[in-house]
Design a protein around this ligand. Structure first.
Ligand SMILES: Cc1cc2nc3c(=O)[nH]c(=O)nc-3n(C[C@H](O)[C@H](O)[C@H](O)COP(=O)(O)OP(=O)(O)OC[C@H]3O[C@@H](n4cnc5c(N)ncnc54)[C@H](O)[C@@H]3O)c2cc1C
Length: 372
């Protein structure tokens, strides 16, 4: 059954779609080619108040999860790097501060994260701790009453742009989240990693050398980070699925246009069954990804468990986006391999999304675990 948006959700979709046409899509190819931050798009997002949608209304947010996913999807139709930056900083930086922060932490960070005046990043993965997050090497070291942070993080999305990093480290009581201002002593961000896709999302290493940590910088309960971050991590999977859905919708639009205007053997190539098979594949994948993502988001809004549904959406949407953005390249013939056609970028971005938010093998495992 298709998922219907209410009037307000449709209004936000139109606002984002206009922003994409005016400010996001025109710069997307350059952002990707130069591996630079999508500055124009981020400025546009700040102007329409979309950088902190998931925060509570008191701090300038207040959107439901369905509206958030619709916004991420629309953004990804223009630039997946922008959509990933907006979606993942919302889910993994702003939302944890909103859910777990003390009044003082919210006062210091939340309003500015929500307005987009400041950007947060989320640093969990390490060179030796990827899918297995229980093997973190980054430590909080106790020295009398003082704590310091020591270690290295990897693939921190938005790392060089962030004003505050949410660092998950092994503390005396177990995994603990620490709010680390980017200008703290001992904090250094490496240059952005040279990735296949999402090249504008500025993913980088983060080096932490004897960084002083105050008690007031611990987010949530010491030792409880992995349990307390479970909700933001689930929401981040919805953001990734929404991003993949946007790439599928963009590939469908580009493929349909090309199949209409490209003629071979004196007729548009859309008349050929092989091309129709590809169009049918992209269209069905886009509808499936959209339904899975929005239904999982709706479960969260209704206060129902959505962990398995978030993994289903993340797995299916990103794998289908990988397969059908590749099919869109082939539908475009030689043109598909050229930057100007954009579908090669859609493929590279979709391919990269399969690993962001944890490998899809683990999501399949999670789906089965919840069946028993
Ligand atoms: C663009 C990008 C942005 C990212 N952003 C962030 C971010 O903002 N913050 C952050 O903390 N991290 C981020 N990551 C890291 C990402 O979450 C990890 O890459 C991911 O969790 C996998 O870890 P890994 O790369 O170390 O792979 P590994 O865990 O080493 O996995 C290697 C291979 O083994 C497989 N594998 C591992 N365990 C199992 C298992 N139990 N069963 C079956 N197969 C298994 C995996 O599927 C994979 O194929 C980002 C990564 C990318 C590429």
């Amino acid at each position: 059954m298709p998922f219907h948006l209410d009037d307000e959700q449709q209004m936000i979709r139109r606002v984002v779609s206009d922003l994409v046409d005016k400010t996001v899509r025109p710069h997307a190819e350059e952002v990707d080619r130069e591996r630079r931050p999508p500055e124009e798009a981020l400025e546009g997002l700040r102007e329409v108040d979309l950088m902190g949608m998931l925060a509570s209304a008191d701090y300038g947010g207040g959107a439901d999860t369905v509206t958030f996913c619709v916004a991420v999807k629309e953004l990804a139709k223009g630039c997946a790097s922008t959509a990933a930056l907006m979606g993942l900083t919302n889910a993994l930086a702003t939302l944890p501060v909103d859910l777990l922060g003390t009044d003082e932490q919210k006062e210091t960070w939340l309003a500015e994260l929500t307005s987009g005046a400041k950007l947060g990043s989320f640093a969990l993965t390490e060179p030796n701790a990827g899918a297995d997050v229980s093997s973190l090497d980054t430590k909080i070291v106790e020295d009398g009453d003082a704590w310091t942070l020591r270690g290295q993080k990897a693939w921190v999305l938005g790392g060089p742009l962030a004003d505050v990093h949410l660092v998950v480290a092994r503390g005396p009581e177990g995994p603990t989240t620490v709010l680390v201002p980017a200008d703290s002593e001992g904090v250094e961000t490496g240059p952005p990693e040279r990735l296949l896709g999402l090249r504008g999302a500025q993913t980088s290493p983060l080096y932490l050398e004897e960084v002083p940590v105050g008690e007031d910088e611990v987010l949530g309960d010491a030792g409880e980070a992995l349990q307390q971050l479970a909700e933001p991590l689930r929401v981040s999977r919805l953001a990734i699925a929404a991003c993949a859905t946007g790439l599928l919708e963009a590939s469908l639009a580009a493929s349909q246009d090309y199949a209409d205007q490209r003629e071979q053997f004196d007729e548009p190539i859309r008349n050929f069954q092989a091309i129709q098979n590809r169009l049918a594949g992209v269209k069905t994948a886009a509808s499936t990804a959209r339904s899975l993502t929005l239904k999982a988001a709706d479960r969260r809004d209704e206060g129902q468990p959505f962990s398995s549904q978030a993994s289903e959406a993340k797995w299916r949407a990103t794998e289908d986006a990988r397969e059908h953005t590749r099919s869109a390249i082939r539908l475009h013939g030689g043109t598909g391999y050229m930057r100007e056609a954009h579908v090669e970028r859609f493929y590279r971005d979709a391919r990269t999304l399969t690993i962001v938010g944890g490998p899809n093998q683990l999501h399949r495992q999670r789906i089965v675990d919840r069946m028993y």
